[in-house]
Structure formats: structure tokens, C-alpha cells
Design a protein around this ligand. Structure first.
Ligand code: CA
Length: 239
């Protein structure tokens, strides 16, 4: 099997060293760029399978690079994992909103980093295999939960769930991309797009309501501290 190629955009030497050592040991190939304003050009020439992107970089910061990537015709689909400091909650959220697929907080364990890389690549592959728009394309089955967006119906273990309009959309949004973290803003944005008023705070209220209705399956809706919510990923992998 061809080794996955990772572009590492990180300016701190010791972190670069740790990442490269880890990636090599785990069978990844990697290239490193230490200046923000060189990242896009290198991504263009390398066409990596995934980009590890530090936030604070000389030249251009991680958000700008991520936005550039997302607007790039050939690189828009390249998965990006942001590397952020633990204290940078606001930055994590911005990172997700500028188009990052996931983030890892520093200091990180090499094992966790590789697990995240594999998860993000796997997710992207699955999307390329046709699951990119599950909400639009038909029913979503995640463990005990089944969602039929066309009929606006959701069931739990075959029993109809009585969801409000917003709860239904929240569930469909999260379950449509299990394992993906959605910030409150992204959730608001997505549901507001349907013409309904939702605020960031009311997202939390909706989640409480949704979890209540999911009963024992409430754990499927995971809280990602300081960032937002996601639908548990393991469910899908067992089916
Ligand atoms: Ca840095």
C-alpha cells in the first residue's frame, strides 16, 4: 500500500522533529514547511494526503492558509488538521470555521496525533466514495438511529422520535458526518439557513432536548469542550 503523504506546516523545531519522527515510525511520508507564506506553494507541488497546520506561523497564520486551501481548485478537498495550543479555544473554533477538518491541541501524544490523522483520512475517503452529501442523498443509518431527511422522520431502534424542527436538523447535521466536530456557529449557520432563528446559546438547549429524546443513546451526541458537538464515530464503524 502506498504510504500516505503528510505536509507538516510548523515553525517550532522540536515539534517538527517530534512530528516527523512519529510520522516516519507510523509509516507516513512527510515534508515540512516552516514559513506560513510557503505553505500553499508546497501544498501545490506536493499534493499531500493531509496537512498538519500550525496556527501561529511566521508569514501567514494557519487560518489564512486554511482559507486559501479551501479556495484553491486542486487543494480544496485536502484534509487539514490544525495544531493549536490548549489555551486557544477561540482559535480552535475559528480553525474549524476556516475549514479545518479537525484539530489537535499541543502538547499532544504522538499516538493521538496519528489516530486523528488516520481518522480524518478515512473520513475523507468515505466521502469520496459517495457519502459526501448524506443529508441530501437519502437516509442516514447510524447505529440505533435512522434519519430520513426527505420524510423529515427519525427513528430510534425503529421507534419514531418526536423531534422539533430544529432538533431534527441538528441530528441530521451531526449524524450526516459522524466524528466531525461542528462548532455552535456552524450549527447555527446550517439551521438558520433553513429560515429558522437559532442562536449559539439555543444550540445547547436544543442538544439537551435532543439527548433527552434519545434516552440511552444520548451519548451519541458528544460534547467537544469549548468547541461544539459531534456525533459519535464508533457507531458507524461497527456496522
Ligand atoms: Ca507556531
Amino acid at each position: 500500500m502506498k504510504a500516505e503523504r503528510i505536509l507538516v506546516v510548523e515553525d517550532e523545531d522540536d515539534i517538527v522533529e517530534l512530528i516527523q519522527f512519529t510520522l516516519h515510525r507510523e509509516g507516513f511520508e512527510s515534508e515540512v514547511v516552516q514559513k506560513g507564506d510557503e505553505a500553499l506553494a508546497r501544498a501545490e507541488s506536493m499534493e499531500p494526503d493531509l496537512i498538519l497546520l500550525d496556527l501561529m506561523l511566521p508569514g501567514k497564520n494557519g487560518h489564512q492558509i486554511c482559507s486559501d486551501l479551501r479556495a484553491h481548485p486542486r487543494l480544496a478537498q485536502t484534509p487539514v488538521i490544525m495544531l493549536t495550543a490548549r489555551s486557544e479555544e477561540k482559535e480552535m473554533i475559528q480553525g474549524l470555521e476556516s475549514g479545518a477538518d479537525d484539530y489537535v491541541t499541543k502538547p499532544f501524544s504522538p499516538k493521538l496525533l496519528c489516530a486523528r490523522i488516520r481518522a480524518v483520512i478515512r473520513r475523507r475517503r468515505r466521502e469520496e466514495d459517495g457519502g459526501a452529501h448524506p443529508v441530501a442523498s437519502g437516509r442516514i443509518q447510524r447505529g440505533p438511529v435512522e434519519i430520513d431527511p426527505n420524510r423529515h422522520r427519525a427513528t430510534l431502534n425503529g421507534k419514531a422520535l418526536e423531534l422539533t424542527y430544529t432538533e431534527f436538523h441538528l441530528l441530521a447535521l451531526l449524524a450526516g458526518r459522524p466524528g466531525w466536530v461542528f462548532s455552535r456557529y456552524q450549527i447555527v449557520d446550517s439551521i438558520r439557513g433553513e429560515g429558522y432563528p437559532v442562536t449559539k446559546r439555543s444550540v445547547d438547549v436544543q442538544v439537551v432536548g435532543l439527548r433527552k429524546k434519545l434516552g440511552e443513546s444520548a451519548r451519541l451526541i458528544e460534547t467537544v469542550r469549548g468547541v461544539g458537538y459531534r456525533f459519535a464515530e464508533e457507531v458507524e464503524e461497527t456496522d
